[in-house]
Design a protein. Structure first.
Length: 412
């Protein structure tokens, strides 16, 4: 996440114009011959070498692969009956997935370092590891804008230490370097899905604009999931804004297209100061509903954390999953039929509206958390940003599986 997604997108855009030469000239990671990272990456002007295992959270050859985690889920039926769904990764996936994570780092400076901790690990488990059932997985570390820097203006934490890094250092330059290493050493002509949320979604959007659209790599783009970050389109059109020729996805088996949305509770639509969904410069913000890409309302297939939220920003607002509360042994829960989603266009805003299908006869919760919690209470300008991915995970997996099959059929 960023203090203002529009400002972040503009900053990323400025970085993109200088990123290509800056990758080799100014990126500051130091990689020892063993692949271990130096503790002070700013001590050298060397570019990050993404051949090093230590620069990846997920890569198929890693011994410490953070995508290989417990993803079992407790399925809670409308009757209240509970069953366990065991996670099974694909044995021989035909496509790859490349993931850029959102703002999760609690490092003290403006930018994170290359030493991951629980924040990065937990996000990969929540937002990316489950894609192992449809693709090979690649998730690079990158020096992102930190939660420390994000929270400081609101008084929710200390001011970041040190100076802001110059343009072209870290951020997009790291993501581009990781992508180029992946293409050169791992891709081997395979189709690839690009996935990013919030700050990671903005990075994916700029990566596509700079390195993929209109270039040879575009033919290998199975799709891109740009979630909780703006993709702009002209009114009534599916392309011609952020991307000149790459359209929005309107069918599960459509390939070479974009899935993008930001989620708000139906009874709390975007306020005037909303950070997401706002039209600007004659363009509208894209909304594609994963539960029904062709339009209208769909029943979402969700995987929620049993406890907690993305990056800890949701406080303790998550209710018990059943009434009365019952113990749940798995890290995730599924709640079939509990929520529905639809894309809404109202005034200057386009967004994914989430409705909880409350039923007095259903012992499951009638409320969901997912809102940003400040010292003064809920911050409605963020909507349900924290569960953008959770609420649609099953649908995103279904879409990517259909796209993988369609892409593989066309590629022979």
């Amino acid at each position: 996440m960023a203090t203002n997604l529009w400002a972040m997108a503009r900053a990323v855009g400025r970085a993109a114009r200088t990123a290509a030469p800056a990758v080799a000239a100014t990126a500051l990671a130091v990689v020892a011959p063993t692949g271990a990272l130096a503790q002070d990456p700013a001590a050298s002007g060397a570019a990050p070498d993404y051949g090093a295992a230590g620069l990846w959270l997920c890569r198929p050859d890693l011994e410490d692969n953070r995508c290989k985690v417990d993803l079992d889920a407790t399925v809670i039926a409308p009757s209240g009956r509970m069953t366990i769904e065991r996670y099974r990764p694909a044995e021989d996936p035909k496509i790859d997935c490349f993931f850029v994570y959102p703002t999760v780092s609690m490092d003290p400076g403006w930018q994170s370092d290359f030493s991951p901790d629980k924040m990065e690990w937990d996000d990969v488990r929540l937002q990316f590891a489950r894609f192992g059932q449809v693709c090979r997985q690649f998730a690079p570390l990158y020096r992102q804008f930190t939660l420390t820097a994000l929270r400081a203006p609101s008084g929710a934490g200390p001011k970041p230490v040190g100076e802001r890094p110059p343009p072209g250092v870290g951020g997009l330059a790291d993501v581009v370097a990781a992508w180029k290493w992946y293409l050169a050493h791992e891709n081997q002509g395979r189709g690839v899905v690009l996935i990013g949320h919030s700050q990671g979604g903005a990075m994916i959007a700029r990566l596509i604009a700079q390195e993929i659209e209109g270039k040879p790599a575009q033919k290998q783009l199975v799709s891109a999931l740009i979630l909780g970050a703006p993709v702009m389109v002209p009114p009534g059109r599916d392309e011609g804004g952020t991307f000149k020729s790459i359209p929005l996805c309107r069918r599960d088996d459509q390939t070479g297209c974009i899935v993008s949305y930001s989620t708000f509770r139906d009874r709390l639509p975007p306020p005037a100061d909303s950070r997401f969904g706002r039209a600007r410069d004659g363009m509208r913000v894209a909304c594609t509903n994963p539960a029904s890409l062709s339009g209208g309302t769909g029943v979402a297939h969700s995987y929620f954390l049993t406890k907690g939220f993305l990056n800890g920003s949701g406080g303790d607002a998550q209710p018990d999953w059943t009434y009365p509360a019952r113990p749940i042994s798995t890290p995730f829960v599924k709640t079939p039929g509990l929520i529905s989603t639809t894309c809404v266009s109202s005034g200057d805003f386009d967004y994914l509206s989430l409705h909880v299908n409350a039923d007095p006869k259903d012992p499951r919760t009638d409320e969901l958390g997912g809102q940003i919690i400040r010292a003064t209470g809920v911050d409605p300008s963020w909507g349900l940003h924290l569960i953008d991915v959770d609420q649609a995970m099953g649908d995103l997996l279904r879409i990517v599986a259909a796209q993988a099959a369609a892409y593989s059929a066309k590629a022979g």
